[in-house]
Ligand binder design. Structure first.
Ligand code: ATP
Ligand code: MN
Length: 147
């Protein structure tokens, strides 16, 4: 468990993972890769809606989302750094589960720490769609932090 991948959507449930990462940091974990995936479908949806309804100056949706994500991921990184954990941050654009599995392999992670649910947090769902697909597709052990 020396290198962990921590994918976050910045939700409260994803934040809960930090306690467990901290505990592992006291034992075996040397580095944590924090990853946020900007959902390409979301960029397209927002861009389409904006061009259809907005009378405002058009903005570059992807660029705005990237800037906002950089701010948010820096805050998460700081929270882990003050606990003495070495961190690296990554932002990708694509389909979340695909990028999560890909980055885990690229980084040579030993495990993935993920929330059971995220921003949608639908009560009836046993798992969110991203965590479900990560569990299905990843060859790595997955530590699923329950809501
Ligand atoms: P759904 O998205 O299916 O409506 P949900 O939002 O409740 O449901 P998920 O999106 O599956 O649940 O989130 C589960 C966990 O997956 C989150 O706690 C977070 O760790 C991770 N995650 C979700 N989306 C992303 C993302 N875009 N980038 C990185 N990690 C993500
Ligand atoms: Mn989600």
């Amino acid at each position: 468990m020396n290198k962990l991948l921590y994918p976050t959507d910045f939700s409260e449930i994803a934040e809960k993972c930090i306690d467990y990462i901290e505990t592992m940091g006291e034992h075996c974990t040397e580095e944590v890769i924090i990853l946020h995936v900007i959902d390409r479908r979301e960029i397209n949806m927002v861009a389409r809606a904006m061009s259809r309804y907005s009378t405002l100056v058009p903005v570059n949706v992807e660029k705005e989302m990237l800037a906002k994500t950089e701010e948010e991921i820096a805050k998460v990184a700081q929270r882990l750094r003050v606990k003495g954990i070495a961190v690296k941050t990554r932002i990708e654009v694509g389909i979340p589960f695909t990028e999560i599995v890909k980055v885990a392999e690229e980084e040579g992670a030993s495990a993935i720490v993920i929330g059971s649910h995220g921003l949608s947090n639908i009560r009836e769902m046993l798992l969110g769609s991203v965590s479900e697909k990560v569990i299905r597709k990843s060859p790595l052990p997955v530590l699923l932090v329950k809501r």
